[in-house]
Design a protein around this ligand. Structure first.
Ligand code: FES
Ligand code: FES
Length: 160
């Protein structure tokens, strides 16, 4: 049986080099929230089922609740806090705001991260592709129609 030993990981978060000393098996979500104070990324299920903990790892959406911290060594992570440019919201953030695509807001950071990843992979998605791309994120308030509308709006904005 192994004994956990704390390791020091170095990775880039929202454009800044960060370090954390942690049990390597601890989740990235815990490191982000508890060690780095980035509270925008939420803990929902802890089982990779709800998407609330979504972040971008090397530009791809991952569920940070299920990702051992050691796996981000030397990599680049973007959280919801890293999307805006100064006072200017990211187009997906702005679209969610404009569409009122949230109620309690608990799922919203994960939804926005998922949408950013989706639109980077599939510019001009069809409605079916938006639904498929967002279907690993759960909204308990059932704001789905407005969320889909916001993703469409963000894509339109990017396009022109
Ligand atoms: S908290 Fe990570 S998928 Fe639900
Ligand atoms: S807005 Fe409440 S969970 Fe989605």
């Amino acid at each position: 049986m192994g004994v956990d030993v704390a390791i020091r990981i170095r990775f880039n978060v929202n454009g800044r080099e960060r370090t954390a000393t942690t049990d390597p098996e601890r989740s990235l979500l815990e490191v982000l929230r508890e060690d780095l104070g980035l509270l925008g990324t939420k803990y929902g299920c802890g089982e990779g089922q709800c998407g609330a903990c979504s972040v971008l790892l090397e530009g791809k959406r991952v569920f940070s609740c299920r990702l051992p911290a050691e796996r981000v060594e030397g990599k680049s992570v973007v959280t919801i806090e890293g999307l805006a440019q100064g006072d200017a919201l990211h187009p997906v953030q702005q679209a969610f705001l404009d569409e009122g695509a949230f109620q309690c807001g608990f799922c919203t950071a994960g939804m926005i991260i998922a949408a950013v990843a989706l639109l980077a992979e599939k510019p001009k998605p069809t409605d079916a592709q938006i639904v498929a791309g967002m279907n690993r994120n759960i909204c308990r308030c059932c704001s789905y129609p407005k969320i889909i509308q916001a993703v469409r709006r963000a894509d339109d904005r990017k396009g022109g």
